[in-house]
Write a protein that binds this ligand. Structure first.
Ligand SMILES: C[S@@+](CC[C@H](N)C(=O)[O-])C[C@H]1O[C@@H](n2cnc3c(N)ncnc32)[C@H](O)[C@@H]1O
Length: 288
C-alpha cells in the first residue's frame, strides 16, 4: 500500500487510539459502529472490509465522526440511528436514545395486544423517538396507536421514524394524557422520565451532556412524572385495560406503592431486564 494511504484496519486502529487517549469508554465498539454505518453493513461485516482502502468521502466522514465521539457524544447520535426491536430508529439530540430494557416493555405490550381482539387503542406516553409506538404498530397493525410527548422536537423525530417504517401512529403534543378521553384506551404504555433531579448531574457525561434533560428528569425523587402518569392512566383506561411502565432499577417498591395505594389498579407483574433487574411494572385497571 502506498505510504499515507490507510485501509480500514489502519483507520480503525488510529480511531481507537484517539478515543482511548480522549478517555472515551467502549472505544473499539464505537469505532466499529461508525465503520459499519459508513460501509452499510453490520458490526461483523466490517471484518470483511479491513483490507480495503476507503473512498476519500468515507475517510472524511470517519474523521468527522471521531471528532464528535472525542467529546463523548453518544455514537447513536453521531451515526444518527440505532437498532430497536430489530428495526432502524433515527436518533438525534431531540430525543432519548432507545435502550435495550425498553424492548422488555414492548414485549409485554405486544403479548397483551395479541390476546386483545379487534382494534385495541394504545397510548404510548412520553414517546421520544417513537420507538415503542412504531414497534407496536409494526407488530400489531390492527391496533390504533396514539403517542404523546411534550417536546415538539421529539415528536418531529418520531413522525420521521413512523414515516420511514411505514406505520400509522397519531402523534399528539400534550402533557402526559391531557386531552385523551376518559375510559377510551385499552393499553397505556410508557417509558417516562424517572431519574431524580440530583442524580441527573451524576449520570455519565455521554448521557448527562447530550440526551435531553426533559427525557431524564423525573423530579426531586424521580417519581413525580410516574405519579401523575399513574393517575392519568387510571382515568383514560377502560375497565380491564392495562398499564405498563418502565421504571428505574431501584424504583420497584416505590412504583408498586404508587400503583397499589392510591389508584384503581391490580398489579399484574414486575418484569426484569436482561440483567435481571425489575424494570417493567404492569397493572390491570379494575372495574369502574
Ligand atoms: C425517557 S424518554 C422515553 C422516550 C422513548 N419512549 C423511549 O423509550 O426511548 C421520556 C420522554 O418523555 C417526554 N416527556 C417528559 N415529560 C413529559 C410530559 N409531562 N408529558 C409528555 N411527555 C413528556 C420527553 O420529552 C421524552 O421524550
Amino acid at each position: 500500500m502506498p505510504e499515507g494511504v490507510r485501509n480500514w484496519e489502519a483507520l480503525l486502529a488510529q480511531g481507537r487510539t484517539r478515543l482511548e487517549q480522549a478517555g472515551i469508554d467502549e472505544a473499539p465498539i464505537k469505532i466499529r459502529w461508525v465503520a459499519a454505518h459508513l460501509l452499510g453493513c453490520g458490526l461483523l461485516g466490517v471484518l470483511r472490509h479491513l483490507a480495503e482502502v476507503p473512498a476519500p468521502g468515507a475517510v472524511h466522514a470517519f474523521e468527522a465522526a471521531l471528532v464528535r465521539l472525542e467529546t463523548d457524544e453518544p455514537v447513536q447520535y453521531v451515526i444518527g440511528e440505532t437498532d430497536f426491536m430489530g428495526v432502524r430508529i433515527h436518533c438525534d439530540a431531540r430525543a432519548l436514545i432507545p435502550r435495550p430494557e425498553t424492548e422488555v416493555l414492548v414485549g409485554c405490550a405486544e403479548a397483551f395486544l395479541r390476546d386483545r381482539p379487534g382494534t385495541p387503542v394504545v397510548a404510548d406516553v412520553c414517546t421520544g423517538t417513537g420507538c415503542i409506538a412504531c414497534a407496536l404498530a409494526q407488530r400489531i397493525p390492527r391496533a390504533r396507536l396514539l403517542a404523546t410527548d411534550l417536546s415538539p422536537g421529539a415528536l418531529a423525530l418520531a413522525r420521521q421514524n413512523a414515516r420511514a417504517l411505514g406505520v400509522s401512529v397519531e402523534f399528539i403534543q400534550t402533557d402526559l394524557l391531557d386531552g385523551i378521553a376518559e375510559a377510551s384506551v385499552d393499553l397505556v404504555v410508557s417509558n417516562p422520565p424517572y431519574v431524580a433531579t440530583a442524580a441527573c448531574g451524576r449520570l455519565p457525561r455521554t448521557v448527562r451532556d447530550f440526551e435531553p434533560r426533559l427525557a431524564l428528569d423525573g423530579g426531586s425523587d424521580g417519581l413525580r412524572v410516574i405519579s401523575r402518569l399513574v393517575e392519568e392512566a387510571a382515568r383514560v383506561l377502560t375497565s380491564g385495560g392495562r398499564f405498563m411502565m418502565e421504571i428505574g432499577d431501584d424504583q420497584a417498591d416505590a412504583a408498586l406503592e404508587i400503583l397499589c395505594t392510591t389508584t384503581p389498579f391490580k398489579i399484574q407483574t414486575l418484569r426484569s431486564d436482561f440483567a435481571g433487574r425489575a424494570r417493567v411494572a404492569t397493572a390491570e385497571r379494575t372495574k369502574r
